[in-house]
Design a binder for this molecule. Structure first.
Ligand SMILES: [Zn+2]
Length: 244
């Protein structure tokens, strides 16, 4: 596309008039005088902040499950024998350790996204979520995005989907747990690891966990995907394609 047609498309508002998502007739935020977004409407900008994609929603726990089960057993079986997996588990454990103390939710107000994401990780540690679970989630999300033909294959979508899966984990089974303080008294603590998890906090959490898992994903993704297909069959969208 030449510079002339770009200029024409941008018009004198310095952006497009209509949202660039196919089928969306909403005005862009800039055209509507709502903000800086020059190519997307408010609805699609908000979707991106929440899900990591303008147009692809967050995967459900059910969609992720077969990938998570396959990745978990794959990682568990090789936790000691595979050096990439071993390293990732050690690095995640260290990351959780270094996340520091937890903080009560009311103190989170006004804190930077970086600090909040560290606290969220510390809470997952206190909730005794094992490094194995983190590594398996990264691998499961990566495998699902890889296999699903309708997925949005961007780094950002993956990062947010990893954080979302962790979020679900934190707000699900481990909502309330007991901890012992220094005097040995037991206290019930509620886990709101990602209170109203904002976009920036989610992304920082996702990135922090992704990073120690890069090598494992690189080396083992194909095998994990093969294991998942063997146990549960191909992604439903691929099955539909094969039938049609
Ligand atoms: Zn739109």
């Amino acid at each position: 596309m030449g510079s002339r047609s770009i200029k024409k498309r941008l018009g004198n508002t310095g952006g497009a008039l209509r949202c660039s998502i196919p089928g969306c007739r909403n005005p862009t935020m800039r055209a509507a005088g709502l903000g800086l977004a020059a190519f997307h409407c408010r609805k699609h900008i908000e979707a991106k902040a929440r899900h990591g994609s303008h147009w692809h929603g967050t995967y459900s726990a059910a969609e992720l499950k077969p990938y998570l089960v396959a990745a978990t057993s794959y990682v568990r079986l090789r936790a000691e024998s595979d050096r990439f997996i071993k390293r990732a588990l050690t690095d995640v454990a260290l990351l959780l350790e270094e996340a520091g103390p937890t903080e009560i939710a009311t103190r989170l107000k006004g804190m930077s996204a970086a600090k909040r994401s560290r606290i969220a990780l510390a809470r997952l540690r206190v909730a005794r979520i094992k490094p194995e679970r983190f590594v398996a989630i990264v691998l499961a999300v990566t495998a699902l995005i890889e296999e699903d033909p309708g997925s949005h294959r961007t780094k950002e979508f993956r990062t947010v989907q990893i954080a979302k899966a962790l979020h679900r984990l934190a707000s699900g089974t481990h909502k309330v747990w007991e901890i012992e303080d220094h005097d040995g008294r037991k206290r019930r603590t509620e886990l709101h690891a990602f209170p109203r998890s904002s976009g920036p906090v989610l992304r920082l959490i996702g990135k922090a966990i992704e990073q120690p898992c890069e090598w494992v994903a690189d080396k083992h993704l194909a095998a994990i995907l093969a294991l998942k297909v063997k146990r549960y069959g191909p992604h439903p969208a691929l099955r539909a394609l094969n039938r049609g």
